[in-house]
Unconditional design. Structure first.
Ligand code: NAD
Length: 254
């Protein structure tokens, strides 16, 4: 088990991609703190992990709250003795034309999707520096970081910010043996996307060379690689896990 004796925090892990990341890290030997603002959901994930023979605990956190984020890191260290892997997944999509967007909606999207990742990286980075044993930080970005999306102004801006946050942190933390990378999912089937209209889905999937949408396991496997010893020399990178969507425009198939 490649993550044996590694303590990992996964934010946003009561649902969707984060849930699958938590299951995957635990299945590979990690001791996982399932952190989410939805505590009962996090506790259900912990039960799933422990019933499968893994090690996990739940933590209630709002990633926009600096004090709660610090408490989340302290709690993981108190329970498992260290913090070795930190995965920033908590986030949500939001659609609005920029000309129609309310200022408070802009602030909320940026607060959760970008500031939340800053606060988590800061708290985890400080702890990992103090520990002196290196570490792994993986931030969940999106293809929206690079591909402008109609009605996606705040979300695209936030996710582009996540990519640059990741690169800057890679420069700043590399000397401590801490790597900071991002995974950029394409359209992935989760509770957050279940209500996507058939029209959007069909139009979107027509641009995906793989011809299917992503599964949470597709994303979790990339996170596992970046969190594992195999990725020791990978730093400041974004792996887009999107069936080839962001490679270019698919005008002719076959
Ligand atoms: N599903 C996709 O197609 C897709 C594509 C690209 C990127 N992403 C990104 O992946 C991440 C997970 O998305 P998902 O589809 O699994 O969504 P999801 O809604 O299934 O899960 C998101 C989880 O984050 C938690 N969360 C939200 N705000 C929080 C906060 N302030 N503090 C703590 N927890 C909070 C929620 O309670 C939920 O458990 C997000 O960052 C999203 O932007 C998703």
């Amino acid at each position: 088990m490649e993550l044996e004796n590694k303590s990992a925090i996964v934010t946003g892990s009561a649902s969707g991609i984060g849930l699958e990341v938590a299951l995957t890290l635990a299945a590979n030997g990690g001791s996982v703190t399932v952190a989410d603002r939805n505590l009962s959901g996090a506790e259900a994930v912990v039960r799933q992990i422990t019933e499968a023979g893994g090690t996990a605990r739940a933590a209630e956190v709002n990633v926009t709250d600096k004090g709660r984020v610090a408490g989340m890191v302290e709690g993981a260290v108190a329970a498992f003795g260290s913090l070795d892997i930190f995965v920033n997944v908590a986030g949500f999509g939001f659609n609005s034309l920029i000309v129609d967007m309310a200022e408070e909606d802009w602030d909320l999207v940026l607060d959760v999707n970008l500031k939340g990742q800053f606060l988590g990286c800061q708290a985890a980075g400080r702890r990992m520096i103090d520990q002196g044993t290196g570490g792994r930080i993986v931030n969940i970005a999106s293809t929206a970081a690079n591909n402008a999306r109609y009605q996606g102004g705040a979300y695209c801006a936030a996710k582009a910010g996540v990519v640059q946050l990741t690169r800057v942190l890679a420069l700043e933390l590399g000397e401590f043996g801490i790597t900071v990378n991002a995974v950029g999912p394409g359209f992935t089937e989760t509770p957050a996307t279940v209500e996507t209209s058939d029209e959007y889905r069909t139009n979107f999937l027509a641009q995906v060379p793989a011809g299917r949408s992503g599964r949470p396991t597709d994303i979790a496997n990339a996170v596992l690689f970046l969190a594992s010893p195999l990725a020791e020399y990978v730093n400041g990178q974004v792996i887009y896990v999107d069936g080839g969507y962001s490679a270019g425009k698919l005008t002719v198939r076959g």
